[in-house]
Design a protein around this ligand. Sequence first.
Ligand SMILES: *[C@@H]1O[C@H](CO)[C@@H](O)[C@H](O)[C@H]1NC(C)=O
Ligand SMILES: *[C@@H]1O[C@H](CO)[C@@H](O)[C@H](O)[C@H]1NC(C)=O
Ligand SMILES: *[C@@H]1O[C@H](CO)[C@@H](O)[C@H](O)[C@H]1NC(C)=O
Ligand SMILES: *[C@@H]1O[C@H](CO)[C@@H](O)[C@H](O)[C@H]1NC(C)=O
Ligand SMILES: *[C@@H]1O[C@H](CO)[C@@H](O)[C@H](O)[C@H]1NC(C)=O
Length: 565
Amino acid sequence: MAQAKPGGERQVLESMYSMIALVFILVACVELCDAATVVDVYRLIQYDISGAPFGSRLANLNHHAGSLQFAPGSDLSRTVLIIPLRELNISFVKEYITQNQPLGGLLFLLPQIFNIENRERAKSNHQTDGVELLKNDLAELEKLLIHSKIPYPVYFAFEDDDIEAVLADVKRNDATGQPATATTGGYKLVVSVPEPKKRASPTITNIQGWLSGLKTDGDANQLPTIAIVASYDTFGAAPALSVGSDSNGSGVVALLEIARLFSVLYSNPKTRGRYNLLFGLTSGGPYNYNGTHKWLRSFDQRQRESIDYAICLNSIGSWDNDLWIHVSKPPENAYIKQIFEGFSNVAEELGVKVGLKHKKINISNPRVAWEHEQFSRLRVTAATLSELSVAPELLESTGSLVDGRPFVNEAAIIKSVKLVAESLARHIYGHEGKNVQIFADNSSLAVNPSYIKSWLDLLSQTPRVAPFLSKNDPCILALKKELEDHTDEVNVQHEVLDGMFTFYDSTRASLNIYQVASVTFDLLLLLVLGSYLIVLFSFLVITTRGLDDLISLFRRPPQRKVKTA
Ligand SMILES: *[C@@H]1O[C@H](CO)[C@@H](O)[C@H](O)[C@H]1NC(C)=O
Ligand SMILES: *[C@@H]1O[C@H](CO)[C@@H](O)[C@H](O)[C@H]1NC(C)=O
Ligand SMILES: *[C@@H]1O[C@H](CO)[C@@H](O)[C@H](O)[C@H]1NC(C)=O
Ligand SMILES: *[C@@H]1O[C@H](CO)[C@@H](O)[C@H](O)[C@H]1NC(C)=O
Ligand SMILES: *[C@@H]1O[C@H](CO)[C@@H](O)[C@H](O)[C@H]1NC(C)=O
């Protein structure tokens, strides 16, 4: 019965071929359905302060895309709103977040100028209209997001053609007034990542370098020390984007250049000063300068007392004409007076202004607004040089999304370096009040603009949120190596960031955008599947029972009719 006739064999082969073709079509269809755009996304920070949750509390995303054109009153609990910064209505977002309205997720699209990984494009976009307005909007949004507890995933991405095409489709669909479902065609946004985990004992790393002064034989005592300090880590709404070009990249760059300049002077015994210079790159800046605190405690009493004064450099990369010296001791204090006059004289020659700001410290208040306050708490004379006229709030001006390379001015950093280096040198060599230019332009001791530019470029591409930097992060190693090139003795101190802050990982991810199948597509798929099943059925019948059986299968009913007739 199962013996196949020649004709039947050919038939079997043909149906085999058609089946193979169908399988290919099917695979192609499934492929089409899978066609997805993949976009790099950066998650809103998730952290706790003393156990109180802040930021985005979820990372996994699997919801339909929606736009701000959604129909009023629609349920958004399973929708990810895509909001371009250019169309941001901050009061809407504020309302949604503060009233705890249900939402599937938020995806903010930022203009390329804020992209740290795409500098060329960012530069060419610099002339984008209304950049200042966008910066203000973004800063306001960031502040809102950082200080809220948001029970759904919040991501940032950058504008590009793919995602803008998706958004245009979503808007068109939303304008019809019907929510996107599987039948109207729409997009699904999917981020699959493991549940965010707590960062166990995050480290903060301080790096210090010494340039020893010239000790003459008669010197029994330790030489006095001048410390130059900058905090290098950042904090921002998206840790993976928090590069802090100005806060505090600018201070770090200035510190490195000052170290380079003095290493030239100190390499020659004739020009080696009778002061030790201590360079400190500290971490934990956004958290009340926890790293600075721990760094200072690691010195012994004698070492600490040998510090004549410390100059902390903060946000000195985007000022025009005014800088501020912040101090905690009263302006009448002899040391403060001396520091301020030294800086003022040099500033005058450079054609810029420095002002003095006095803010008392309150020992019982855990908040430390300026880095120099950590020194003041230990009775070491210190000042912070900054373009900011008032102390930022906790977690503010610490390297936000708007603090990128395009907004920092190299010329401002060069001027700051000149101001600090010249003032220090006059103090060290006893030229105070004299108009001598030690770091004159075009001399071998001139400030090097290309050195400043290359470090600024590098730091502006390197996120530096301390809990996400490992002990051996390339950034930390690079800073260490650079200090080693300019100073005699470099030490690295690893400490644990203890206390009230807890951080969660999962700071960046890939977002998959799938086009949800539409009705016509579903029908097509059904048709293809149906014919495939029919062919498969026929094939099985032929191979097991032969062609005749298959034909008789379709013929039997009329035969029966004939019989009964
Ligand atoms: C922004 O959102 C608020 C609150 O939802 C709304 O009242 C206001 O009309 C919106 N503004 C614009 C320009 O759409
Ligand atoms: C100092 O800080 C403590 C704790 O925050 C506060 O209670 C106190 O009022 C502050 N004192 C002054 C003079 O501001
Ligand atoms: C940068 O460093 C200065 C002093 O070193 C400090 O006052 C300032 O707040 C720092 N900024 C950040 C964001 O840590
Ligand atoms: C330094 O060199 C530039 C050109 O390289 C020149 O324009 C400038 O006048 C020089 N400055 C001084 C102080 O010699
Ligand atoms: C900073 O350091 C001290 C002890 O060195 C610690 O008690 C404090 O909680 C730390 N954390 C913060 C965020 O201030």
